[in-house]
Design a protein around this ligand. Structure first.
Ligand SMILES: [Zn+2]
Length: 74
């Protein structure tokens, strides 16, 4: 089942329009557009996840450094 990229509502195929129409917000996209939009959203999410992991990794490295520098002091 297709999902609306705007509101994640259910998209139904309208055979008159030959388009996918969102039953919640009324967004109308062709199947190709819908596929492309979701692909773009997925790619954007992957980038954001990467960025988040990088930040987490940085913080971890910093914490390890901080802890080891504390140990050296005493
Ligand atoms: Zn929608």
């Amino acid at each position: 089942m297709a999902r609306c990229p705007e509101c994640v509502g259910v998209m139904e195929y309208n055979s008159n329009l030959k388009m996918m129409v969102c039953t919640s917000c009324g967004l109308t996209l062709s199947r190709t557009e819908l596929d492309r939009t979701w692909k773009e959203i997925r790619e954007r999410n992957i980038e954001e996840t990467d960025e988040y992991d990088k930040k987490k990794q940085k913080k971890k490295e910093w914490l390890e450094w901080y802890q080891s520098s504390n140990k050296n002091k005493y």
